[in-house]
Design a protein around this ligand. Structure first.
Ligand code: FES
Length: 431
């Protein structure tokens, strides 16, 4: 039915007819500063990391981040160039997307737009019951001049931050954020003619939305096929926005909604995005992999695993698959790493530094506490800034994280979500 619509046949009865579409239209900055100011910034950087570096994006419990008060007027413009530093942003609008999801429009503290790449996310610190918790929320806006920038937060069962934001956030509030971070992105080039297949489940649509709007704006000959799974029709985040975009772009954007609990008369895809359902939808949409398709997937872990299974079965090599995993922080488990303190030798800048990593500590936390100037940004496994090569030993890296299969096979680990299981050696490349 949706395919027929793009071919100009019968209109999809469950896609609402809407008004006319809305038009879419990193040098270390510290070296540029006086040494005293640079040192203060580095100290702030370490403090934030040491106090806030517990994971919140993966499998361990949400961290408790006791952050110091930010210095008055703390270098917002510098913070933009230094994504490892938290800063204050302004809430300029709040839009209810579904009963369980809210879009929060943001600007920098001085009113200027937040700069980001499509598909990136902000790390947001929210204090709940006296505890400051950090969560990652994708910037779901098209990355285009003049387009308001927003994150979209879906309420999660027992989600302390998502519920707080859904219930209380309002225009005029401020948020403490870090980033943008992440490499789940596309660099659009106007002359490209590409076909992207995007698979999204629930709030996994948020980075996908930014990616598809941005790339379809810049690449007039490229197309996107989106398979988007939700529980019901009213749970579809950006439903109307997608419908408007599809109407405007015609065959350049094919949207295949898959519903777990479809309404009466539904003739689209049904069920959870399992491997069987994904295979069926890809077949129904006539997606034949010609070795050139690029895949972007984001959603709950079971959907991600199903997507990998299906794409693997279809012979898609990992290099053409980009993924972003969003795991409910409350689902993470503690007890990772060694039960005793382990030595990690860090090769950096031609020198070796021995760091003792205590039980429960990440390598990054231990290294920063020891005074090492380590590379990092999101401190939660999502951006790859802390990527190092493991040279020996045994390091447990929490899943999910942003490392590709290829990077894992090459021996890369993330210090911000990495804990030694035995004495180990790592190398900070390029230092
Ligand atoms: S700092 Fe972002 S992945 Fe480690």
């Amino acid at each position: 039915m949706l395919l027929d619509r793009t071919r100009g046949k019968t209109p999809a009865p469950l896609i609402e007819k809407l008004p006319s579409p809305t038009p879419l239209d990193e040098v270390d900055p510290l070296v540029l500063l006086p040494r005293r100011l640079a040192d203060r910034v580095r100290t702030a950087h370490r403090d934030v990391a040491m106090l806030g570096g517990r994971l919140i994006f993966g499998k361990t419990p949400a961290p408790l981040i006791e952050r110091p008060q930010r210095a008055p007027g703390a270098v917002v413009s510098l913070a933009r160039k230094a994504p490892h530093m938290t800063r204050t942003v302004e809430v300029v609008d709040v839009v209810r997307e579904t009963a369980d999801a809210v879009s929060i429009y943001l600007t920098e503290e001085d009113g200027s737009p937040i700069e980001f790449k499509p598909g990136q996310f902000l790390s947001v610190d929210v204090t709940v019951d006296g505890q400051t918790l950090r969560r990652a929320y994708s910037l779901a806006s098209a990355c285009l001049p003049g387009v308001p920038v927003h994150i979209t937060v879906k309420r999660m069962p027992d989600g302390r931050v998502s519920n707080r934001l859904n219930d209380t956030i309002k225009t005029g509030d401020t948020l403490s954020v870090l980033g943008p971070s992440g490499n789940f992105t596309i660099e659009p080039r106007s002359l490209n003619e590409r076909h992207f297949v995007m698979l999204a489940g629930g709030s996994g649509i948020t980075p996908i939305m930014s990616l598809l709007e941005t790339v379809l704006h810049h690449e007039k000959r490229s197309k996107v096929t989106l398979i988007y799974g939700n529980r019901g029709w009213d749970d579809i985040i950006f439903r109307e926005r997608l419908a408007r975009l599809s109407e405007r772009l015609g065959e350049r954007l094919v949207i295949d909604h898959v519903l777990e609990k479809p309404p009466t008369g539904w003739s689209g895809g049904e069920g959870l995005l399992s491997d069987d359902v994904l295979l069926e939808r890809l077949d129904a949409l006539g997606i034949e992999d010609d070795g050139m398709l690029r895949y972007f997937i984001c959603g709950p872990t079971p959907m991600m695993e199903a997507a990998h299974e299906v794409l693997n079965r279809r012979g898609v090599d990992a290099a053409r698959i980009a993924e972003e995993r969003f795991t409910h922080p409350e689902d993470r488990h503690a007890g990772l790493g060694s039960a005793k303190t382990e030595l990690v030798v860090i090769s950096k800048g031609g020198s070796d530094h021995g760091v003792q990593v205590a039980p429960g500590q990440t390598i990054l936390e231990a290294a920063l506490a020891a005074g090492l100037d380590m590379p990092f940004s999101c401190a939660m496994g999502g951006c790859g800034a802390c990527r190092v090569r493991q040279r020996s030993g045994d390091i447990q890296v929490e899943e999910p994280n942003c490392l590709s299969r290829s990077e894992k096979e090459q021996g890369y680990v993330l210090t911000c979500v990495g804990r030694p299981l035995a004495q180990s050696r790592i190398e900070v490349e390029g230092s």
